[in-house]
Design a protein around this ligand. Structure first.
Ligand code: G3I
Length: 331
């Protein structure tokens, strides 16, 4: 190679090395992304996830039906792959999730009404999984989306767990997880609790009660799947009241979708929305970090018809203006 060409290569490499990445600014509070094991075989995805983020959450790989397809038969392959990736890239790893009303394997679903057996399989599942990942998971979403919508009754969602085990199943799940991995931070995670409303008020009461009883709960995760303009105006105030109870708080699944087709104006508004969400966390010492639920539109599941382009980078890995906006809010 000529001297000229060699210099060009060296200069380009230097640019790559000194290019700023989000995680470089996220020293006090992590910036995380959901990771999908199948996408790691895409070289660009693989390179960017570890370069930009210092925390990871498994998008689907640690859900009950993904890990334990039939009773006692575990498949940790994809989840282990994500944990190894996080370790190689010096990222925290969040665990998601032991109990959720979706992705329950058929054998557990069939135990509706059978308290003794369901109690047993729930305990077995949490113990096995928490033990398998012991020491490798920074924080677990022990229960996901277990609240009902309006805070009525015992405040919990109707379904397999509540119907069969009664409301104490949530406390039991926390105690079981804590016994298996005493150093992991244990979270309750939900959507619709980002701002102050009936659902988050109900959670506030529950969490206070659990803390008073000595339930090992350490954090509240707000998912934050927002539509354009939909970042809750009371997000900061709401996070703060949970932090004031002596809990960690985190934004766990942030993305902001807009109505398609996109435009420069929509992208600019999306950037403001992302900035709002990150800034809500910034000034609360117990807000430990923000996780985006995927970082590229290339691998982004949208369940809201007509809406899309919700991640920070587009489907060709081109950064949107939201990336700069977020960067300003990182500390
Ligand atoms: O695995 C199959 C694959 O074999 C098939 O080719 C493909 C075709 O569509 O489907 C694949 O499964 C999909 C899976 O995502 C992997 O992409 C499921 O149909 C689909 O239902 C599943 O959706 C996931 C959803 O949770 C349900 O588990 C999303 O990726 C994931 O982003 C979403 O994450 C949830 C959080 O866990 C909780 N909070 C809400 C959040 C967003 O909905």
């Amino acid at each position: 190679m000529s001297l000229f060409k060699t210099s060009i290569v060296l200069v380009s490499l230097l640019f790559v090395c000194i290019e700023a990445h989000l995680r470089d600014k996220a020293k006090q509070k992590y910036i995380g992304t959901a990771l999908a094991a199948h996408a790691l075989s895409d070289p660009e995805y693989n390179q960017m996830a570890g370069a930009e983020f210092n925390s990871a959450s498994p998008e689907n790989e640690m859900k009950w039906a993904a890990l334990e397809t039939s009773r006692g038969h575990y498949n940790f392959g994809d989840a282990d792959k994500l944990v190894a990736y996080a370790q190689q890239h010096d990222m925290k790893m969040r665990g998601h999730t032991f109990l959720w009303h979706r992705r329950i394997p058929a054998y557990a679903e069939a135990l509706h009404g059978n308290k003794a057996e369901l109690e047993k399989v729930v305990k077995e599942h949490i113990t096995k999984v928490a033990t398998h990942f012991k020491g490798k998971i920074y924080a677990w979403d022990v229960v996901n989306e277990v609240l009902n919508e309006d805070g009525s009754g015992n405040k919990l969602r109707k379904g397999l767990f509540l119907d069969t085990l009664g409301p104490s199943y949530v406390e039991e799940a926390f105690r079981t997880a804590h016994a298996a991995d005493p150093n992991a931070k244990l979270y309750i995670n939900d959507y619709g609790i980002e701002g102050k409303n009936k659902k988050s008020d109900a959670l506030y009461e529950l969490v206070k009660e659990w803390k008073a009883k000595g339930v090992p709960i350490h954090g509240v995760g707000v998912q934050a799947h927002f539509r354009e303009g939909g970042v809750a105006s009371t997000l900061h105030e709401n996070l703060k009241r949970f932090a004031d109870l002596g809990l960690d708080v985190a934004i766990t699944e942030l993305n902001i979708r807009y109505k398609l087709p996109g435009s420069a104006d929509k992208k600019a508004k999306q950037a403001q929305d992302y900035e709002k969400a990150f800034s809500a966390c910034k000034t609360i010492p117990r807000c430990v970090g923000v996780t985006v639920w995927g970082f590229t539109d290339k691998y982004s599941n949208i369940f809201d018809k007509g809406y899309g382009e919700q991640e920070l980078w587009d489907q060709h890995y081109k950064p949107k203006s939201a990336v700069n906006a977020v960067e300003k809010e990182l500390i």
